[in-house]
Design a protein around this ligand. Structure first.
Ligand code: TXA
Ligand code: MG
Length: 353
């Protein structure tokens, strides 16, 4: 397939280009587009065949449902419905606080959304993104857009157009180059179908943020649940965000980690392996023996960790390391989401020292 790459101004999207890309979506094509979280791979959410092509292009497992992106509440109403007034009030209260933005809310699906989008579930995840290009694309398509992250299944999510081109060129109709994603990790997924809201996937909007609006908020315990229970969010069960190198996540006191990782670096190198280390700016000085050391940014800046993580995982791959030793960031604010992604990239391999 020939893929058109179209550069669009992220702050002031050109109307003619947006009209063209919207038409490609409306008439059944696939368009990769920037959002504030990560790049998405979009199709007309009402078009079952187009949605099927998303799974094909990504190599995505058929049981991992897609998020439906909308530009206003009227469009949200075409995708989902409320089962009671409490759920409806919660939806609008959270929307008023966090939309447009990096929050996906799960409610009951409408029949109009094909089962292919939700993989047979009777619920649907709905998000109103804030990125001007994403918003204009949905408006000009005139239909809700079903979109997963625009990476090949299992690879780190794309936060730059170059990542999308690497994974998707030749597999989709259009790739919009609209600059870098500012948040860098995927949206918070919150389930509104139970007695209290439950965060299924942590993101930039934290469960504390949601509890402030909702009065309470539960959380799916992704770290201890692993693959044992049936994850409520099907996507949580796959090794995800994975660099090609194997990865180990280290948790514990800073000095203990520094010692343990230093020993591991030498062990791996003596076996002829190329070793990468991922740590915060304040800590990279401990790891000079590694072949490549990449910084997530300052320790007390979770937003920067989130913005950088996926790009750095791809950079490790380009550098050809065999193993990545990653130092825990802790779980304050957006770091909860960063830890979740690092944990999945490590395939659950975590060493507590
Ligand atoms: O920020 C984002 O959410 C990005 C951008 C493109 O919007 N999209 C994204 O999509 O990350 P994806 O497909 O990579 O992740 C969607 C997640 C998966 O973990 C999936 O299992 C979950 O949302 N999900 C979607 N619909 C669901 C549903 N009805 N019930 C439970 N989980 C659902
Ligand atoms: Mg994804």
């Amino acid at each position: 397939m020939k893929t058109e790459i179209i550069k669009i101004d992220p702050f002031d999207p050109e109307k003619d280009k947006m009209a063209y890309c919207g038409a490609v979506i409306r008439y059944g094509g696939l368009v990769a587009f920037p959002t504030e979280t990560v790049y998405g791979l979009g199709a007309n959410a009402f078009n079952e065949r187009a949605v099927g092509n998303i799974f094909e292009a990504k190599g995505r497992p058929g049981d991992n449902p897609l998020i439906v992106h909308v530009s206003d509440y009227g469009m949200a109403d075409q995708a989902g419905q409320f089962v009671n007034a409490r759920q409806e009030n919660l939806f609008y209260a959270l929307g008023a606080e966090f939309w447009p933005g990096p929050l996906t809310m799960i409610i009951k699906k409408r029949d109009r959304i094909p089962g292919r989008v939700t993989c047979g579930l009777d619920t649907v995840g709905i998000r109103m993104p804030s990125h001007p290009v994403a918003r204009e694309l949905i408006i000009s398509a005139g239909v809700p857009i079903a979109a997963p992250s625009a990476n090949l299944s299992g690879r780190p999510s794309p936060t730059r157009a170059s990542h999308v081109i690497e994974d998707m060129k030749g597999r989709v109709d259009v790739i919009i180059d609209g600059g870098d994603s500012s948040v860098g990790v995927e949206s918070t997924v919150v389930d509104l179908c139970g007695a209290e809201p439950v965060v299924l996937r942590p993101g930039f909007v934290t469960k504390e943020d949601i509890a402030r609006v909702a009065g309470q908020c539960g959380e799916y315990d992704w770290m201890s649940a692993g693959d044992v229970v049936r994850p409520p969010s099907p996507g949580m069960k796959y090794r995800h965000y994975a660099p090609r190198a194997s990865m180990i996540l280290y948790e514990g006191l800073r000095d203990d980690i520094a010692r343990t990782v230093a020993v591991r670096i030498n062990e791996e190198k003596s076996r002829g392996k190329r070793v990468g280390v991922l740590a915060t700016l304040e800590q990279i000085c401990y790891y000079k023996e590694a072949d490549i050391v990449l910084s997530l940014g300052r320790e007390n800046d979770p937003a920067e960790h989130a913005r950088k993580l996926f790009d750095l995982l791809r950079e490790f791959d380009e550098s050809g390391v065999d193993i990545i030793l990653a130092v825990s960031t802790g779980t304050d604010g957006a770091d909860d989401a960063v830890m979740n992604r690092m944990f999945r990239a490590a395939g659950g391999k975590i060493e507590r020292v």
